[in-house]
Structure formats: C-alpha cells, structure tokens
Design a protein around this ligand. Structure first.
Ligand SMILES: Cc1ncc(COP(=O)(O)O)c(C=O)c1O
Length: 373
C-alpha cells in the first residue's frame, strides 16, 4: 500500500491503542494535595526539614559542584559513607533515585512474563504495579486477621509452593505499620530459592532488628533503605540497596545511568556527618508516633493499630473519604487507605511536629464530637 493511504496524522486513539496493555490497565501514581493544607500528614514524610545552618553549609558546597558534568555512575563518596554507616561492603551497595527507582530496577532485572512474585498483603502499592508492568504474577499472601500482622508461616508456604524469583517483605510495613521479627524474615529467606527483598524504609523507627544481620549467611537477601523517611530527604530522592557485590553488578546492567545527582549526594554526605541530629530526629519522631497512637486510643469509637513506623492506621466508624474531606476542610491532610481491601475504613496519619499532631487531634475530636458515633 502506498504510504500516502495511511491516515495521517494517526488519531490519538489509534496511538493510545499501541501502548502496552500492562501500562494502559494501570492508574498513574498521583497523591491528592487539596489547597489550603497547613498540616500535611499523608505521605509518611518527616516534618523536619534540614536546619538552616546545614542548608547554608550545603549552599556553599553546591557552589563547588560542576553542574555541567555528569555525576559518576555510582556516587562513590556516598557509597563509602554508607559502607561506614551500615558496616556493609562498599561493592555491595547500590544507590538509586529514591528506593522506588531501585524497585523498578528489580522488576527489570528479575521479573520475566509469568514469573510469580510473592507479596504479603496489604503492602506499598508500587510493588504490585512493577510486577504487573513486567507481566509477572502477583502471589498475594493475606495478613493474620484484623491485627494485620504478617503471616510468616503462610509466606514460607507460598514461597515453597511457588518458587518465586522475588519475594518482597516491607518491614515495618506500609500501610499497616506492622513488622516481622528477624527470625521470621530469616525463615522466609531459608524457604526461598529466589531473592528476598527486605524493604526497610521505616527501619529507623522500629524495635525489630534489621535484616542486615542476614546478608552474610543468606546470599538471596537484599536490604533496601531510603533517605525519605527518618532522614527527611524525600524531596531529594535517595535510596539504596545492600546485597552481595555480584548481585549489585547484575542490577547495574538493568538500570539507567546517572540516577543520583551531585547535590543529593552532597546533602546525604552532610547529613551522615551529623549523627546527633539524625538520632535526635528519630527519637522525636518515635515519641511523636507514640503520643499520636495513645491520643487516638483515648478517643471514643476510634480503633488504632500499633505501629513500628512514623505513621498509624486508625478508623473512627465513619466513612473514611468523608472524614478525610472534613479534616482537609480544617487544613489537615491524611490518607484514605480504603484502596486496600484489608484496610477498608482506615485512614493513615503520619507523626508530625507536636503542633501538627495537636492540630490533627483537635480537628478529629471536633469532627467526631459534632457528628457522633
Ligand atoms: C515501604 C516503602 N518503601 C519505599 C517507599 C518509597 O521510598 P522512596 O522515597 O525512597 O522512593 C515508601 C514510601 O512511602 C514506602 O512506604
């Protein structure tokens, strides 16, 4: 057929039809941000920005950065600093543009079409998205009843039965706030022939031990962490994976180069140089989360789940969407967790500063008092 007979330009619909079905079936990851929000407690961020003296120091350091040059493929100084911070071999560290970016790399590297991936439920939605984008099969493992704790036995059983290329344990978990013990994580690692990714985004707030302790004995364990939560650098996008060097080498083949910019590296280095500042923030946020949990417990008709993170899940016998809107009208933003069947009816609120917690609790109290049970 002569080229001129093809309709030109192609219609937008015919173009959209050419997009992979695995993409078209999904929704973009968008987080609502209504106007006039003064108290933002919906994304498990730290309420603490870097102090001014540290920002001034960084502005000086940025002056020395060559903006016209590509960064090195791996930010070497940060890798060295993280080796010191974690006690892990430098060659076994991979730094990414937030841990989300590394999750995509795991998908690219590990998941063939049809490959089973074991995911406890409910869990951070990005994992399911990546599995589906790569054409893998999600093998969901439900939690223990209403308490929403991990069912470690069921996880081991699913891993033995399905032999997944990848099992992901986000512990402590988002959105439940629940954590697995190190013994439970090890049991899953022992049951698995494939990789077990332990996402420790909230580990700094937890009482349970890190899976770092398993890396020597279990070559299939991968530990992933982020600078977005306890470190308070969500806006800069930094995460990292700790694994065997041979595994890191393979992961590097699948990913885009230059994912970590020079300014993010400088900032992380400056923060790692201030362990007292970090320790103080972690202490404050743990305290803030404990106070939030206790205050919610004390409210009539409110159910709260104990949490090992910087956020809590609660429900108040009201339609969660309606409650979210009413809180937003009062300038407080939380997250509706009804998208997961296991957490239908729940809202999630992260620990803020004392002022923010008070604003949230006062607003909730007023709404519940005005509307009754
Ligand atoms: C379990 C879990 N993993 C990873 C992330 C994302 O981390 P990052 O900001 O490093 O991409 C989140 C963010 O909420 C999370 O809850």
């Amino acid at each position: 057929m002569p080229l001129t007979e093809a309709p030109h330009p192609p219609s937008i619909n015919s173009l959209l039809e050419r997009i992979r079905p695995a993409v078209r079936e999904r929704e973009p990851y968008l987080v609502d941000h209504p106007p006039d929000i003064d108290v933002k407690l919906n994304q498990n961020e730290s309420p603490y920005d870097l102090p001014d003296d540290l920002k001034d120091e960084l502005a000086e350091r940025f002056r020395e950065v060559a903006f016209n040059r590509y960064p090195s493929e791996q930010p070497d100084r940060l890798r060295r600093a993280l080796a010191g911070y974690t006690g892990h071999d430098e060659d076994g560290i991979l730094i990414g543009n937030g841990s989300n970016e590394l999750t995509y790399t795991f998908g690219q590297c590990l998941i063939e079409p049809g490959a089973p991936v074991v995911l406890p439920r409910p869990m951070f939605s990005l994992y399911e998205k990546v599995v589906r984008l790569e054409g893998g099969e999600v093998v969901g493992v439900p939690p223990h009843g209403e308490a929403l704790t991990f069912d470690a036995e069921a996880l081991c059983e699913a891993v033995r039965r399905r032999d997944p290329v990848l099992t992901v344990l986000a512990t402590p978990n988002n959105p439940t706030g629940r954590a697995m013990s190190l013994t439970e994580v090890e049991a899953v690692a022992e049951a698995a022939e494939g990789f077990v990714l332990v996402d420790e985004a909230y580990t700094e707030f937890a009482e349970t031990k890190s899976a770092l302790a398993l890396l020597d004995e279990h070559p299939n364990v991968l530990v992933m962490r982020t600078f977005s939560k306890a470190f308070g650098l969500a806006g800069l996008r930094l995460g990292y994976v700790l694994a065997r060097p041979a595994v890191v080498r393979e992961l590097m083949k699948a990913r885009l180069p230059f994912m970590v910019d020079r300014m993010a590296e400088e900032t992380a280095l400056a923060l790692l140089d201030r362990p007292d500042l970090l320790a103080d923030r972690i202490r404050r946020l743990k305290e803030s989360c404990r106070e939030l949990t206790e205050a919610l417990w004390a409210m009539r008709g409110v159910t709260v789940l104990p949490s090992q993170t910087n956020f809590v899940l609660f429900r108040a016998g009201h339609d969660p969407g309606d409650l979210l809107d009413r809180l937003a009208e009062k300038g407080v933003l939380v997250r509706d967790m009804s998208g997961y069947p296991e957490t239908a009816g729940y809202l999630r609120v992260n620990a803020g500063t004392p002022r923010e917690n008070k604003a949230f609790l006062d607003a909730l109290e007023k709404i519940l008092h005005a509307t009754g049970p």
